[in-house]
Every structure is written in C-alpha cells, then in structure tokens.
Design a binder for this molecule. Structure first.
Ligand code: C5P
Length: 398
C-alpha cells in the first residue's frame, strides 16, 4: 500500500449526493498518514454537515470566501499553499465548469486557482450530464492542465439511471491519491542528501551552530523517495521525523558529515547538499568545560571541510546540487558558488526574508545551472522539493 505520510491534502466537497462518501475519503487518506483539511461549497453543506467533517479531520471546516475571521486565520492563499494536493470529491458538473472558466467565486474555486500543488477531481453526476459534450470538453481542458481525473464509475445512480457518473469508492480514490506522489522519475538512482545544521564543539557542553531546521533537506529526501530513488540522508541534529523508506545517517559535526558523505557518495548518482554546514569550527576543542574566570575569552576558528565541493571534485559520474542561502544579489552569488564549487546545479534562496527560508514551511527558490535559471515562486517546501526533483530528473535524462 502506497503511503501518504506527512502529505497535506485538502478535500474539496461540492454539492452532490456522493458527498456522503467524502467523510470516508477523509478517513482513508488519514489512514495512509496524511493530514486532511476540508473545504466545502455552500451547496455541499446541504448534503453533509460540516461538523461531521470537522470531527473527522480535526480541523475547522472552511467554507466561506468572504469570512473575515477565517481569512485572518488560514485564508484561501494560505490554504492553497498548505496543500500538497487538492482533491475535489465529489466534483459536480457545475464545479468542473467553474474550474474550466477559472472562476474564483467560492472559497474552493479560489483555492484551485491559487494552488501550485497537484489537483485531482473525482467527478460525480448523472450519466446524461457526464456524457454531455459540454462536460466532455471540460474534462479534456482539465486533463490538458494536468488535473488528474479519478473515475467516474459505472453503475446504478441515485436518480435510478444506470451508466457512467458514479463517484469512485473512497478506498480506490485514496489509492490513486497515494499513487500521485509516486512519479518513478528517479527509479534505480542512488541519491545522497545532507540536511540540517552541524554543531562544532567548543568544549564538552558548548557548540557553534546555526538556525537550519533541516526541513528543506528532508523535503528533498521525501520528494526523491516519491520519485523512486534509493535515498540516504546524512542529517545533522534536527527535530524532524525521518521519512519512510530511506537510510538515515545521523551526524553532529561537519567532519562527521564530510566523512559520511564521501563514503555514501562513492556509488551514488546524485548528491544534494542541503545542509547548512558550519563554516568554521574551534581550532581546538577544550577537554573540560571552560570556566567563567575571565571577562572575555578568544576562540580561534578554522574552516570546516567544504563537503559539496569535495564531492564535486573527487567523485566521478555524480550529479551534484548545492544550495545557496543568500541575503542579497541572490542569482549573482549563487552563480559564483556554482562555478567555484564545480556544481552541476545550485538552488538559491533568500534567507533575509522571514516568510520563507530558515525554519519556515515555505520557500521560494531559483534553480540555476551553467546555462539556465528558473524561478520557483513561494510555495510549500514539500512542493518546492517536488518541483526541484522534477527539473533535476529531466536534466539528468537530457
Ligand atoms: O559556501 P556556502 O556554505 O554558502 O555553500 C552552500 C552550499 O555548500 C550548500 O549546498 C551547503 O550544503 C554546501 N556546503 C558544504 N560544506 C560546507 C559548507 C557548505 O557542503 N562546509
């Protein structure tokens, strides 16, 4: 069974009789490890009560586009960014038409327009409505926009008709949602990823470190796993659970990260250096705790080994991706780093902003190679990681 661990899914419910099955869909998605928030259209509330879905999902149900209180909490743009995948189930003929026309007249349609995550619809309607050329054309348009279409099934309908138009069963929908995250783009590839900060000891109780949370590196690992890669994370100290289906090597210092990375990269195809490795470490580590006897002390610092450039310069046939955390002239500094460290690609981000970068769940980044540059506008780190893995896989194949 494919997993959805740590995935964030919005279940959008529109007004059809199949809405009673949406409660079960929420449950099946949670069974596979995802977090689920529910957004309903006003007509969906005629078929199933928001309270049921609130109790099941553990989140308030979102329904109103113009509710100032709701917008002050998690508004439609926040919700759109939160979601890795927007699943509209059931999707009525009317709602599908509004997606095709890009209308933003309900909270759910506004989220559809604003999301950069994946979108799937599970249509549910009378067989006549489903086979109408207007609906067929609309479905064709959604397919061209990479919206995934689940079903519909064939069978007896609520109105007594028999034919195509029934919403698929909740467990079938949950299985297809899980499959959306499995791209296979990196199947057979070995990927090594460094993540998190390093700690450089001053004495047995103190250290030098930085604010890296490890979220970006772990998101890259998850995206690479979903793409079918065999992943090793070399992780500095972080407060994150390791993704399923990968090897995690835990390290503390830059020196440990360096030797683990060199060993793991020997037979790897791709190295992604997402760790915020401490640039300097104390030249010598005091054996005992340093006492507070003097008003000031001096620490002599020395450079730590540059892990990503050691790998790029010494390991053959490996595609090396670095990160550049910058506060100004982002592209220029990143391009300089790309050349100096002999990397194949670099992902640059602006760490001077508080809404993205360090510790944030969101990030905005540039993918830069020797002859290309592409911006990924602000989105969740999970989605950004997936987009980067996508572009990386295409680059390796070309
Ligand atoms: O030079 P700077 O630290 O800004 O470079 C960032 C890139 O280099 C990141 O990919 C980071 O993981 C990597 N790096 C490294 N070893 C170091 C310092 C940085 O692998 N000692």
């Amino acid at each position: 069974m494919s997993t959805l661990s740590n995935k964030r899914i919005i279940v959008g419910i529109t007004g059809g009789i199949a809405a009673y099955k949406s409660a079960e869909i929420v449950r099946r998605l949670q069974d596979r490890g995802s977090k689920v928030q529910v957004v309903m259209t006003p007509s969906a509330e005629e078929f199933i009560r928001p309270l049921t879905l609130q109790a099941l999902s553990g989140y308030p149900v979102h329904a109103d586009l113009l509710d100032p209180e709701a917008e002050a909490g998690m508004g439609h743009i926040e919700l759109a960014r939160w979601a890795d995948l927007l699943l509209i189930a059931p999707a009525t003929a009317d709602f599908i038409a509004s997606m095709v026309h890009g209308r933003g007249n309900s909270l759910l349609s506004a989220i559809y327009l604003a999301t950069s995550g994946m979108v799937a619809v599970a249509p549910a309607m009378n067989q006549g409505m489903w086979s109408h050329p207007a609906t067929s054309d609309n479905m064709q348009t959604l397919r061209q926009r990479q919206v995934m279409i689940f079903g519909p099934d064939n069978g007896i309908q609520a109105c007594g008709d028999i034919g195509e138009g029934r919403m698929q069963q909740p467990d079938v929908i949950a299985e297809q949602v899980a499959n959306c995250f499995e791209t296979g783009q990196l199947s057979g590839k070995k990927v090594v990823i460094t993540a998190g900060p390093t700690r450089e000891a001053i004495d047995p109780v103190r250290y030098i470190s930085n604010h890296s949370s490890g979220k970006m590196g772990y998101a890259m690992a998850t995206a690479a796993i979903e793409a079918g890669a065999q992943v090793t994370i070399i992780s500095g100290p972080v407060a994150l659970a390791a993704p399923d289906r990968c090897t995690v090597i835990r390290v503390i210092s830059a020196a440990e990260m360096h030797s683990s990375a060199m060993a793991a990269c020997a037979d790897a195809d791709i190295f992604i250096a997402a760790a915020a490795v401490a640039d300097y470490r104390p030249a010598s580590v005091a054996e005992q705790k340093i006492k507070k006897h003097t008003d000031s002390i001096e620490l002599k610092l020395e450079k730590t080994p540059d892990i990503v450039s050691t790998v790029a310069n010494n390991v053959k046939d490996i595609f090396v991706v670095g990160f550049a955390a910058e506060t100004q002239d982002i592209e220029t500094y990143a391009r300089d780093k790309l050349q100096r460290k002999k990397l194949n690609a670099i992902i640059a981000n602006d760490v001077s902003r508080i809404d993205v970068g360090f510790n944030s769940d969101n990030n905005e980044a540039w993918w830069i190679t020797s002859n290309t540059s592409q911006v990924f506008s602000k989105r969740s780190k999970t989605q950004l990681a997936r987009d980067i893995i996508d572009i990386l896989s295409k680059q390796i194949d070309s």
